[in-house]
Design a protein. Structure first.
Length: 119
């Protein structure tokens, strides 16, 4: 029997090599930077306190190889967090709850772009 978490974990995850800041749209503050991303969720290196099992509205911008910038506004559920080696930081795992069709296609294109590295 496959669970949703197992399926989500099997999604191809692209490492984010550039510094991509993530904004909590409710507070309009930076909460950290992207570590990797898939069609179903993301890994965030959080630099602000976040709460497990809470819902967030996240905003970030990914640039493609041509330099085009693509904004994403995503509803996400914080599933887990672990302390990082730097004080005040934590690795956090989010599952996406809402993406519109256009965002899903742009995200897939970014994940599958030539030259990407996967974890």
């Amino acid at each position: 029997m496959n669970t949703l978490a197992d399926e989500a974990r099997r999604s191809r995850r692209r490492r984010v090599d550039d510094r991509v800041e993530v904004i909590d749209q409710m507070t309009e503050r930076s909460v950290g930077q992207l570590g990797n991303i898939s069609e179903s969720g993301l890994l965030l290196l959080a630099s602000a306190p976040l709460h497990e099992d809470c819902l967030y509205q996240l905003y970030f911008v990914l640039s493609d190889r041509a330099g085009n910038r693509h904004a994403f506004e995503i509803g996400a559920h914080l599933l887990w967090q672990n302390a990082a080696s730097a004080p005040g930081q934590a690795w956090t795992g989010f599952r996406f709850l809402s993406l519109d069709d256009g965002q899903i296609e742009r995200l897939r294109d970014w994940i599958d772009a030539p030259g990407a590295t996967y974890v």
